[in-house]
Ligand binder design. Sequence first.
Ligand SMILES: [Zn+2]
Length: 140
Amino acid sequence: MTDGRKRAIITFNIMNMTASEPVILEHFEPAARLLKLLAHPARLAILDVLRREEACVCHLEAVLGLRQAYISQQLALLREGGLIEDRREGWNVYYRVSNRRVFDLMDMTASVAAPEGMPEVRYDKRKCPCPKCNGVIYPL
Ligand SMILES: [Zn+2]
């Protein structure tokens, strides 16, 4: 048997072992789930707004210029994934980030994705009707 053929068989065996060893993949599942949750521009944008302060859905709608139903859908996923939590105050529900270390992850991701730096985000400057802004133009 030539060396090349022997190496091919060994490689094949290693590949086979890896494929039939789900324990190894299980180890990476939690991180993969988190990255999958973060791998969405709207969810990253929501988290970036929540980085400044807690916010209600109508505030996020005014700032991001996205439909409320769509934002609610993304908020539900972020909450299910344990990244945000909410609290009720009167008629309003406010969302905030439950683990602020997620911002380190977002910053690191941005620095790898765009090593020269990303342009600053320009949020919509529409009037926000939420109780906190009270119709005032959302400040940057
Ligand atoms: Zn507002």
